[in-house]
Write a protein that binds this ligand. Structure first.
Ligand code: KMH
Ligand code: ZN
Length: 270
């Protein structure tokens, strides 16, 4: 099996300090969480940005500062979000792609998102994929439900995505595809050959989905964006403990963990 890529999703757009006091908010705090995650074994960091009030922002200036601070501390692959937060316009969401990070997330369909709707109609997908292609940014295709794989394949057929495609299955969002090994295996089996994939289980599903990825030969995303608990009733003290736990599981199961350059090679970034 290939070495395991661990992605740390360190902040997200929805959480507040009321949810967990360990949430990083300022560029400095986000960069420090990224550094701790990398030292723990993460080779990719999935970043969101927050403004001076701690609210989600896609402002390239804020993103730029975060990226600069992360780069000065660790060599992880930097992945910005184009999901942003559900109330944002498409233009706002797309803004950080102009910074030409190595990767950006790209959700390939509309989905219920708790009480909200995460709106990703076809014209938005085309526009986002075109912009990523233009700026040389590799998309991580965020798959919240099964139909989104077909949309990604359609974008590839149109020449807007270049193989090998990289997918991240986000499983267990209320209103989207539930987490579980059966659903995960179904998704993996529906991918174009040569694709790479990771899985991000939401909440209590984070750990079992990461363990399933280790066993199935995929990659794992963990972090506070998707799950704030280390175990039932016990908050994670930050992102690093969530990363460290997956590293331990991988070691026990004989799967080596990729460093950032190995992750770049596996993802076709070099
Ligand atoms: N905050 C969610 C609405 C992504 O980063 O691309 C979308 C999200 C996915 O977090
Ligand atoms: Zn995100």
């Amino acid at each position: 099996m290939d070495k395991l890529i661990i992605t740390a999703a360190v902040v997200g757009a929805e959480l507040t300090r009321e949810d967990t006091p360990h949430l990083p908010l300022t560029p400095e705090e986000i960069a420090e969480e990224a550094r701790r995650s990398c030292e723990a074994g993460a080779s990719v960091v999935h970043l969101h940005a927050r403004d001076s009030e701690g609210l989600p922002t896609q402002d390239p200036e804020v993103y730029g500062e975060i990226i600069e601070r992360v780069r000065s501390r660790c060599d992880a692959v930097i992945q910005v979000s184009t999901g942003g937060a559900v109330h944002m316009s498409a233009e706002e969401r797309l803004a950080p792609v102009s910074l030409k990070p190595e990767m950006a997330s790209l959700t390939t369909g509309t989905v219920n998102f708790g009480e909200d709707v995460f709106f990703n109609p076809w014209d938005l997908l085309v526009r986002f994929a075109e912009a990523m292609k233009e700026h040389g940014v590799k998309p991580e295709l965020e798959i919240f439900d099964t139909g989104m794989v077909a949309n990604a394949v359609r974008l590839e057929t149109m020449g807007l995505l270049s193989p090998p495609l990289h997918f991240d299955f986000v499983l267990g969002v209320p209103g989207a595809l539930p987490a579980g090994v059966k659903n995960l295996v179904h998704l993996v089996e529906s991918l174009p050959s040569g694709s790479t994939w990771s899985v991000a289980g939401i909440g209590r599903h984070q750990l079992p989905m990461a363990a399933a990825a280790v066993i199935l030969g995929g990659h794992a995303r963990v972090g506070l964006e998707d799950n704030i608990f280390y175990r039932k009733g016990e908050l994670a003290q930050g992102n690093a403990p969530l990363v460290e736990r997956v590293v331990r599981i991988a070691r026990e199961l004989g799967r080596a963990v990729a460093d950032p350059d190995e992750a770049r090679a596996l993802l076709g970034l070099v």
